[in-house]
Design a protein around this ligand. Structure first.
Ligand code: CMC
Length: 378
């Protein structure tokens, strides 16, 4: 029996009850566990925010210190995973490498002790600690180099930039990267989180949960849009080409990457923060001409599509920040995944707490009672 009308993309259909985050798409408000994203971006760190999302409250100083220490101690990846990654084709997309590597972690921890808080804590720590090392390791190995081992003196974000760029990061760059991770850590029932919850509902292991979410995040309508924004800026090339480019997109009914959102009908608050971070980086490390193009795109799209509620989303300015931090374009989405692991794990825990396997229904619109036609008659 169908109890509600079919809504393509499950628009406006609640898939879970959740207390992890909330979006007011008309006012442009995003909260994690009731705290505004602007406050977290200003005052928190990524690991503190991850703790908040996963355990439901900000940690005390002692709780945070031991959580940070546990994550620090688990940053190294198993040599078998590293050796497996060495066999990946260097032309492969880093999101595919990450998905395979996250799934491979499950080979080492296949015991599913989902009612044991120690198992849950270990899995959370291991995934948060290992995912950045995997992303950096694949980047170095596809260039033919050995991966750089984690640096125990550096914090979470500083260590990632160190493993990626093979040098101590500038403190402002490391802080800005950390804020980017906070901004991307969680966002209600987006496609990859839904995917994580569906996988979690089967009571499989958390490595499979994260691997399925990584696979979902990679598409250009979701996390993959940040890469496509940079490709669009490169294609446009200069401010004077913006108007004809956008007009051409609109005429072809092509989507403008980094714009639009199922929930936000105003500018995404994370886009505003990212724009500010980009400006801080340009002030210290030099301007990027693509920023001028991006601002012009925002002006033109707002003029033409603002009435339809289409404004910049989180992916529009993030790529400009990552470029300035020395992150290659095809690592933008894996970097998004590093952050979103926190949200996926929070949803994994929440799903387990009141689990019922996802098993929606469908509206069948095919035939019935057709005869089987022998192959020679087809
Ligand atoms: N450029 C031009 N028109 C757009 C855009 C856009 N970026 N986004 C939506 N529209 C139009 C769309 O053509 C449609 O118009 P009409 O009603 O006249 O046919 C209307 O707005 C509704 O669009 P939709 O595709 O039905 O909306 P949706 O809620 O199914 O999709 C979206 C949301 C984010 C997939 C879509 O806005 C999009 O494809 N944006 C570009 C890709 C992008 O930036 N993705 C990142 C999303 S945010 C972060 C994340 O999830 O990772």
């Amino acid at each position: 029996m169908i109890v509600c009308e079919f809504r393509p993309g499950l628009e406006d259909i609640p898939a879970a009850q959740s207390s992890i985050s909330d979006v007011d798409g008309h006012k442009g408000i995003l909260e994690y566990r009731g705290i505004r994203i602007e406050e977290l971006a200003e005052n928190s760190t990524f690991l503190e925010t991850a703790y908040l999302l996963i355990w439901g409250a900000l940690p005390t100083a002692d709780q945070l210190t031991s959580f940070e220490q546990e994550v620090r101690e688990h940053r190294r990846i198993k040599y078998r995973i590293r050796d497996m990654m060495k066999c990946f084709p260097e032309s492969g997309h880093p999101m595919d490498a990450l998905q395979a590597s996250a799934a491979a972690l499950g080979l080492f921890y296949s015991r599913r002790d989902l009612h044991n808080p120690i198992y849950i804590r270990d899995a959370v720590v291991r995934l948060l600690a290992n995912i950045p090392t995997m992303v950096a390791a694949f980047q170095l190995m596809r260039k033919g180099n050995d991966p750089v081992p984690p640096h125990d003196e550096l914090d979470y974000s500083g260590n990632f930039l160190y493993m990626l760029n093979e040098k101590q990061p500038d403190p402002l760059a490391a802080r800005i990267f950390d804020v980017c991770l906070i901004l991307h850590a969680e966002h209600t029932m987006n496609a990859s989180t839904f995917s994580a919850r569906v996988t979690a509902s089967t009571l499989t292991d958390p490595y499979a949960v994260v691997a399925s979410a990584v696979g979902t995040l990679g598409g250009p309508l979701h996390g993959g849009a940040n890469e496509e924004v940079i490709q669009m800026l490169e294609e446009i090339g200069s401010v004077k080409n913006v108007v004809p480019y956008i007009e051409d997109c609109l005429q072809r009914k092509a989507k403008i990457m980094g714009f639009g959102h199922r929930v936000y009908k105003v500018k995404d608050p994370r886009a505003t923060i990212l724009q500010n971070l980009a400006e801080q980086l340009f002030a210290k490390f030099g301007h990027d001409k693509y920023y001028d193009i991006a601002q012009e795109i925002e002006r033109v799209v707002e003029e033409k599509l603002g009435g339809k509620g289409i404004y910049p989303n989180v992916d529009f300015y993030s790529g400009l920040v990552y470029r300035k931090l020395g992150i290659p374009t095809d690592l933008f989405t894996p970097v998004f995944a590093i952050a979103r692991v926190a949200g996926w794990l929070a949803h994994w825990k929440e799903q387990l707490a009141e689990n019922r396997i996802f098993r929606p229904t469908q509206v069948y619109n095919g035939h019935h009672n057709l005869p089987y036609k022998p192959i020679e008659q087809r």
